[in-house]
Ligand binder design. Structure first.
Ligand SMILES: Nc1ncnc2c1ncn2[C@@H]1O[C@H](COP(=O)(O)OP(=O)(O)OP(=O)(O)O)[C@@H](O)[C@H]1O
Ligand SMILES: [Mg+2]
Length: 269
């Protein structure tokens, strides 16, 4: 770990005292030489083979790459949903690798939000109660939570669905409820893993605009895994993973989706 910090200074952030490297942890995301393997029986898959990435505290950024390249694994490690085997991970000013379980639980609940391709709403709760749930689990008073949840649902254009259960909502509506839930406790980073994978084009486009606007207006970092070049063209940068390493990073905002697809595939653009 010390070697990582001393060989790859974090914008002059590593300082030393009593012979021990003491990183000054910046906001946004800093990951260095992150490794993660999965063992299934006799077979070992090296999903991340030394990934180093940096994202600023505010903005909309994409991760692309072929199926199996390690995108979801990286997101899970950064979001504290899975542990890396080696490397350095800091997110929103907190050192995530090596964090104990109690601290990780609070980190996941308060510092970050996550949305997935599957909306993961609880089927027995109304949209509003789904949004309120993380705050209830965090022991906060329900009244304030309900007011904030209602406001978020209104901002995301689904206030008229607040009293409905997920089964009565379209995919696009469910994903907007899932975003409201992820934003309830004002996270510093919102992670989205193929958030429009189950949506039609019109709803997908609406969602990309929402994520872009969310990053800018709420001053947070939105990191999105996507297979859609059009989605990545909404993002300031696109980082391409291939075989568990970063193959490319480029400014992608406003890029022609066709060119972006070629660049992400490593064949030009
Ligand atoms: N829990 C797990 N157990 C075993 N292998 C896993 C596990 N999770 C991921 N892998 C393997 O790690 C590699 C990276 O998987 P990952 O899910 O990160 O890929 P991905 O880039 O998100 O792919 P996709 O675009 O299909 O979602 C793959 O070879 C995958 O099979
Ligand atoms: Mg994936």
């Amino acid at each position: 770990m010390d070697a990582i910090l001393s060989t790859e200074p974090l914008a002059g952030a590593a300082s030393r005292g009593a012979g021990v490297a003491t990183p000054v942890i910046p906001g946004g995301i800093v990951a260095r030489d992150v490794q993660k393997s999965f063992r299934t029986g006799a077979r070992t898959v090296e999903a991340l083979r030394g990934v180093s990435v940096t994202f600023p505290p505010v903005g909309f950024h994409a991760v692309m790459g072929p199926s199996g390249s390690g995108k979801s694994t990286l997101l899970h490690v950064l979001a504290g949903l899975d542990r890396c085997d080696g490397g350095y991970v800091s997110v929103a000013g907190q050192r995530v690798d090596g964090m104990n379980e109690g601290a990780l639980t609070l980190f996941r609940r308060r510092a970050i939000g996550v949305v997935f391709q599957q909306f993961n709403l609880l089927p027995t709760l109304t949209a509003l109660d789904n949004v309120v749930l993380p705050g209830v689990l965090d022991g906060r008073p329900r009244d304030g939570l309900v007011a904030r949840a209602a406001q978020l649902l209104a901002e995301l254009g689904v206030s008229d669905r607040a009293d409905h259960r997920p089964e009565a909502l379209s995919g696009g509506e469910q994903q907007r409820v899932a975003i409201a839930r992820a934003l309830l406790l004002e996270p510093a980073v919102l992670f989205a893993d193929e958030p429009t994978g189950n949506l039609d084009t019109a709803n997908a486009r609406r969602l990309w605009s929402i994520l872009d606007q969310t990053a800018r207006e709420r001053r947070l970092l939105v990191l999105m895994v996507t297979h859609e070049p059009e989605a990545a063209a909404h993002c300031e940068t696109t980082t391409v993973l291939r075989d568990g390493v970063v193959a490319d990073t480029f400014d992608s905002h406003g890029m022609d989706p066709g060119k972006l697809a070629l660049r992400a595939a490593g064949t030009g653009g």
